[in-house]
Design a protein. Sequence first.
Length: 309
Amino acid sequence: MGSSVGTTAIITKISCDEQVIYIFTSDFSNPFDLFESLFDGLGGMGGMGMGGRGSRSRATEGEDQMYTLVLDFKDAVFGVEKEIEVTRLEACSTCEGSGAKPGTRASKCSTCGGQGQVVQSARTPLGVFQQVMTCSSCGGAGETSTPCNTCNGDGRVRKSKRISLKVPAGVDSGSRLRVRAEGNAGRRGGAPGDLFVLIDVLPDPVLKRDDTNILYSCKVSYIDAILGTTTKVPTVDGVVDLKIPAGTQPGTTLVMAKKGVPILNKSNMRGDQLVKVQVEIPKRLSGDERKLIEELADLSKAKPLNSRR
């Protein structure tokens, strides 16, 4: 009477280089037989490069690059075009990115036998523990070759490149721009990574930013606060006149509509500039000034209570 033993596999991805651990409840002379049985009907594992039984892509995607761009306050507010210089890995022109010395031919890797992976096994009470790893000798390519003298077999060389970058209006410190395909080149024809530009904005000595609003403190004399006046106020658009209404109280905030920062990706919409009025009270008065203020105080005391409102 025949019997059959069920087979299960637990597949866990444990690292960025796609190293995978498989745990089997029964022994297999060749673990790739199990992979093909698990994925039967899907063309086996040929498309995934297991066991060297199908086409195996040697291409790997390039790494992303980071670049910090320092901007002036107004450039961040209104946007700017900048030309930046980055250093990145580009495909080697000598070997055309293959990593092999021109004129040489690749040979099957002796470590993995051309499979691109190696298997390490250990028997446990639960069965056989088998770990499938990318071959360190060939990097998963399944073949080795004489390395290119220019790139030392990496297929990439480090070069500088100038990139034109358009910074949108409204960016702030911490904003991050993504420039696609301007990172490191991939290996053996793999897609390049992206370039991420981190924005760092220099503070303005006068104007302060609060999200899309701009804050400014304006000093006026107590006489101007009482009688009202017009004063000049700096903004990101230049110096403009601001009307201080008569009777303005200390600490009053006046709103200058649409004089703030454009909303990111909505440059036709802007925040406001908020002007806090600081009333200056003199510490010393001349004799004539004191006399006039005392007369004003007497008038104020004599005025009916309801007329002071």
